[in-house]
Design a protein around this ligand. Structure first.
Ligand code: ADP
Length: 422
C-alpha cells in the first residue's frame, strides 16, 4: 500500500453496507467526509462535505441505506466494509416502538419504556443510541436512561442518570449533555453495593416517571434504558428489578438466547421480550481498554474533547467548609448487629470523613441534598476531584468544572479516582 493510500482512502458503499474502522494509536486522528449519497453513524446522518474528526479509541460504523461514497483520511488500525449488518432489524425495532408512540400520542398515554440488556460488549449502548437517534429524527423527545455504571455514558463512570434527547447525537461526540439528571453510585460495578444500586435505580425511575408526567411530548416518546453487562445470578435479579422499577413494556436482548429465554420465563406476559442479533462490528474491549475508557470519560468531564475543550477551575477549600461523606461502612458480623439492624444496612450507612490522605485523587459528587437524611437519594450537581491535601493549612484543592463557590458543601466520595496530569 502506498503512503498516500494509507492516509487518504475513498470507499464506495453499496446500499445496506457498513464501513467500519478503528482509531487505536494514541496520537492518530482520522477524518471522515461524505462525498455523495447518504450515510449515518449510529443513527446520526452525515452532512455531505462536512468533515468529522475521530480520535484515539474511536470505533466507528458508517452505514448507508441507499449507497454512498465516503473519504477517510488518516491512519486507521482496522478498516473494512461489511455487507452483513443487523441494521434492518434495529430499524424494525424502532418502527415497532414508533407504532406504540403514535398510539400513546393519540390517547395521551405513556409511550414505550424499552430496556436493552445483554452481556458486555455486544453493542447495547450503540443500539440505544441508534434507537434514540431514530426517535428524535421522527420529531420525538425520548428520555435516555443509562444504568451502566461501568462506563457512564450520561455523566462519568460510577453514576446512573437520565437525559432528555432533543437532537441526534453529535457524530464524534455523542448526545449533548444539557441538564442531565445524575445520581452518584460511586463504584464501577453494581455488584459492589447492590442495595445502594437498587435504591438509586428506584429513585431515578420515580424522577423519570415524574418527568414523563409533566411533558406530553416526552410522555408519548417514552424511554430507552441502557444497562450493564452483569446478567448472571444477582445481576439477572437486578435486571428484573430494574424492569419493575421503570415498568418497562419491552426488553431487547442482545446476543444471548439464554438470557432471552430466562426473561420470557420470568417477566409478565405484557412485557415484550425481543431477541436481537449483535452486530459483527462491535469491538470487544480488554480490561485495560475499559480502564482507559473510564479514565478518558472522567478527563473529558473536566477538560472536554479535542474539538470542544473545557477549562476547569482549581481552588482551595477549607476542611471546615465542606462535609465529606462516604456511603457504605464495613460489614459487622451478624452476632454484633445492634437490635433492629439488618445485615445489609451497613451498605447504605452514611459515614462522615475527616479529610485525610485517603481522599486524594478521589472523585467527589457535589450533592444537591439539603441535609444528611437526603444524601443517599439526592441527585448531584456535578463532580470535583481532590488534587491536593494540605493538613497544615487544613485545605483541600479541588479540580472543578465550575468556579468557586461550590453549589453545596456536601460532598460524597466516589471510589473512582482521577490523576490530573494535565
Ligand atoms: P456495550 O454497550 O454492549 O458494552 P457498545 O455499544 O459500547 O457495547 O459497543 C462496543 C464498541 O463497539 C463501541 O466502541 C462501539 O463504538 C463499537 N461498535 C458498535 N457497533 C459497531 C459497528 N457496527 N461497527 C464498528 N464498531 C461498532
Amino acid at each position: 500500500m502506498s503512503v498516500d493510500k494509507k492516509v487518504l482512502q475513498e470507499f464506495t458503499l453499496e446500499r445496506d453496507n457498513e464501513l467500519r474502522f478503528e482509531v487505536e494509536s494514541k496520537t492518530e486522528k482520522v477524518y471522515l467526509t461524505l462525498k455523495s449519497g447518504t450515510a449515518e453513524v449510529f443513527g446520526t446522518e452525515l452532512v455531505k462535505a462536512k468533515t468529522y474528526e475521530f480520535t484515539a479509541g474511536a470505533k466507528v460504523a458508517v452505514f448507508t441505506w441507499h449507497g454512498c461514497v465516503v473519504e477517510v483520511k488518516g491512519k486507521t488500525d482496522v478498516i473494512y466494509t461489511a455487507k452483513e449488518t443487523p441494521m434492518v432489524l434495529y430499524s424494525n425495532c424502532h418502527a415497532a416502538l414508533e407504532v406504540m408512540r403514535v398510539e400513546a400520542d393519540r390517547e395521551n398515554k405513556r409511550g414505550p419504556i424499552a430496556m436493552l440488556v445483554g452481556p458486555c460488549d455486544v453493542g447495547k449502548s450503540t443500539v440505544c443510541r441508534i434507537l434514540l437517534n431514530y426517535a428524535v429524527r421522527m420529531g420525538r423527545r425520548p428520555i435516555y436512561v443509562d444504568l451502566d455504571v461501568g462506563q457512564g455514558h450520561i455523566s462519568i463512570p460510577g453514576t446512573i442518570g437520565a437525559l432528555m434527547v432533543e437532537r441526534p447525537a453529535v457524530i464524534d461526540e455523542g448526545f449533548s449533555q444539557e441538564a442531565p439528571l445524575v445520581y452518584s453510585f460511586g463504584q464501577k460495578s453494581p455488584q459492589n453495593n447492590q442495595t445502594l444500586f437498587s435504591i438509586l435505580v428506584q429513585q431515578l425511575a420515580i424522577t423519570v416517571k415524574e418527568r414523563l408526567e409533566v411533558n406530553k411530548k416526552t410522555r408519548a416518546s417514552g424511554v430507552i434504558i441502557n444497562t450493564c453487562g452483569w446478567i448472571k445470578n444477582a445481576g439477572y435479579k437486578q435486571l428484573i428489578s430494574n424492569a419493575k422499577a421503570f415498568e418497562v413494556d419491552a426488553i431487547f436482548v442482545l446476543d444471548q438466547e439464554r438470557l432471552y429465554n430466562e426473561l420470557v420465563r420470568d417477566m409478565p406476559n405484557f412485557v415484550k421480550i425481543i431477541f436481537m442479533a449483535k452486530s459483527g462490528g462491535v469491538v470487544e474491549r480488554s480490561k485495560s481498554l475499559r480502564v482507559e475508557a473510564r479514565d478518558q470519560r472522567i478527563r473529558e468531564y473536566f477538560y472536554g474533547t479535542p474539538k470542544n475543550s473545557l477549562y476547569p477551575h482549581s481552588f482551595d477549600v477549607k476542611f471546615s467548609d465542606v462535609k465529606i461523606y462516604k456511603v457504605g461502612a464495613p460489614a459487622l458480623p451478624d452476632s454484633c448487629l445492634p437490635l433492629g439492624m439488618k445485615a445489609d444496612d451497613h451498605l447504605t450507612k452514611l459515614v462522615p470523613i475527616t479529610p485525610n490522605a485517603g481522599i486524594l485523587h478521589h472523585i467527589m459528587a457535589v450533592s444537591f441534598a439539603e441535609n444528611e437524611d437526603d444524601i443517599i437519594t439526592s441527585h448531584v450537581a456535578g463532580f470535583v476531584c481532590v488534587t491536593n491535601l494540605d493538613t497544615e493549612r487544613q485545605m483541600i484543592t479541588l479540580l472543578s468544572p465550575q468556579p468557586k463557590p461550590l453549589p453545596n458543601n456536601i460532598l460524597v466520595m466516589s471510589d473512582l479516582q482521577f490523576m490530573d496530569t494535565h
